[in-house]
Design a protein around this ligand. Sequence first.
Ligand code: CP
Length: 308
Amino acid sequence: MKFTDQPIISMNDFSREMIDHILTTAEKMEPIALGKQKSDLLSGKILAVLFFEPSTRTRMSFETAMFRLGGDILSLGSVDASSIAKGETLADTIRVVNGYADAIVLRHPKEGAAHLASEFSSVPILNAGDGAGHHPTQTLLDLYTIKRESHLEDLKIALAGDLKYGRTVHSLCYALSLYGAQITLISPRELSMPEEIVSDIVTRGAKINEVEYIDDAIKDVDVLYMTRIQKERFPDPAEYHKVANKLKITTDSLKNVKKELKIMHPLPRVNEIDTTIDQTSHACYFKQAFYGVPVRMALLGMVMGAIE
Ligand code: CP
């Protein structure tokens, strides 16, 4: 299977066969991601890192992945210190960076920005999140986490929190539909999953149940995927404050759950998972953040043509 020079923009571009191949390749990368094995797979290659929005995990795990594979990083740094502050367009920035790097990882506040960038780029663009749109590399690491810590076949999963603006849950739903997962969507009505996404994923084979409260909805699930309310995407701050504290879990919420339940979160969390849960066997979110490294190593190796 060849991914050389392919942009990574949306999970809608991936078949189940392609996803399975990436997850298998990521598994082989784990010893290198952990620093137990050395690699020079991407020696001589440069990854440009263009982040127009804040990030810790996505940016640093891409950088770690590149360093662990012997490659180099070229960072735009702060947008305010770049020529974007003088009015340079995204298209021109991408055309220029094409002369400096072998691939570009881009995070941008505008939905569709990664797709637009790929139209002007001669090197592969990896979408690291475009507004409330897609975050495909997060989805791949989420699937990898589910595969490693639970199971992808016959999966019962609950997605809870901001399902309206949360791009990670949009991308994850599309991917889970390929595996025929039973998905429970838990959110206040104001933050429910957009209807067109629900309709799409049902057509693609997922079984969907929508509820407003967490309590009973997590009794039978294998995975609970919590999300942060995306404060920065609310047009009206008053609307954010109405829903800000509606979905939270504490150890009390977990009294009737399966022993094997895994709780995931793309992070950062605000207050939706009480820190007392961190010490339980259910907590999986810090491991999930690490799994971003082997998954992004696999993707970088593939799009830069170093592995198939
Ligand atoms: N999960 C995620 O995208 O985290 P960052 O915003 O820190 O990159």
